[in-house]
Design a protein around this ligand. Structure first.
Ligand SMILES: C[S@@+](CC[C@H](N)C(=O)[O-])C[C@H]1O[C@@H](n2cnc3c(N)ncnc32)[C@H](O)[C@@H]1O
Length: 296
């Protein structure tokens, strides 16, 4: 059975305990229900609404949290539209985002998120989404791919990789699997460059494709804007991010809100996982938590 170990959970719960009467919580990234389950367990009078764009995640969370009856409501949708998706339940005393992908998505080769597992080049979090990773690597121009790898993957060798992919697809036909893309990247980059990259040579390209396929950065910007409108006075908005592009958006948004007197940033610096947490769960290593408290 797939499990997902919730990241920075005790830190998130610490902030929730500061709220005097946590009636309704919106978990914008339900996943397998790790955060939602912990909140339902610790706060017996709290109702949790969980959103996820992944129907498989919703089905598992529903099963995992069925014991909480009508205190838990799962909703399928993109948090970018949380105003409409969770309209009937607003306002919320806490709104949580735990960004990125869950273990379910990474470990299932069939979803195509992992450069370590064979699978179709898909990467859509919402299986009903229209653009897949295969569409990008097979149809986008060298210039468009260079821009995607550079902007969303901060990949130094973006142009070289994009040029090589175009050359290979013209010669051998379209890429259809994660492994064919990984092999192509390994062929394109000279061995000394790969050694210098630190980490897997396809890591940044996979990150970039995932962000572009799921429009993750615009969803985050839109989601935060909607969260601002859906939070109750004195409410908390907490975000766990996993790379600098996301963290930058959260940091600047919270800073702007504070300047506009909408409330206060509670984390002057982001909270990071303890060494102990990273040791137990390597996936937590890049996580950063920022929390904002809305004016009463
Ligand atoms: C890191 S996991 C969340 C794990 C969860 N906190 C737990 O403890 O089980 C992120 C989840 O957010 C979902 N997600 C990412 N972006 C989303 C978006 N824009 N709208 C809705 N769900 C999203 C993903 O499908 C994934 O299931």
């Amino acid at each position: 059975m797939t499990e997902h170990v919730p990241v920075l959970l005790s830190e998130v719960l610490y902030f929730l305990r500061l709220h005097p009467s946590l009636d309704r919580v919106l978990d914008c990234t339900l996943g397998l229900g790790g955060y939602s389950g912990a909140i339902l367990g610790e706060f017996p009078d709290t109702r949790v609404i969980g959103i996820d764009r992944d129907t498989d995640a919703i089905a598992i969370a529903k099963r995992n949290l069925s014991g909480y009856g009508d205190r838990f409501t799962p909703l399928h949708g993109n948090f970018e539209h949380l105003g409409e998706v969770a309209e009937d339940f607003a306002p919320f005393d806490a709104i949580l985002f735990d960004l990125g992908v869950s273990n379910l998505q990474i470990s299932e080769g069939g979803r195509g998120f992992s450069f370590q597992t064979e699978g179709p080049l898909d990467m859509r979090m919402d299986p009903g989404g229209c653009l897949s990773a295969a569409d990008i690597v097979n149809e986008f121009s060298e210039k468009e791919m260079t821009e995607i790898f550079f902007t969303y993957g901060e990949e130094r060798f973006s142009r070289q990789i994009a040029r090589g992919l175009v050359r290979i697809r013209e010669k051998d036909g379209p890429f259809s699997t994660t492994t064919s893309l990984v092999e192509a990247i390994r062929k394109i980059l000279p061995a000394p460059v790969q050694r210098k990259m630190g980490g897997h040579p396809a890591r940044r390209v996979f990150q970039a494709l995932r962000i572009r396929v799921n429009e993750e950065l615009s969803a985050l910007t839109g989601g935060l804007r909607k969260a601002r409108a859906a939070a109750s006075p004195g409410g908390l908005i907490a975000v766990v991010s996993y790379h600098s592009l996301e963290d930058r958006i959260v940091k600047h948004t919270f800073r702007d809100w504070q300047k506009e007197d909408f409330g206060k940033v509670l984390t002057r610096r982001p909270l990071l996982p303890s060494e102990e947490e990273v040791e137990k769960n390597y996936k937590a290593r890049s996580a950063k938590l920022r929390v904002f408290s809305v004016e009463k």
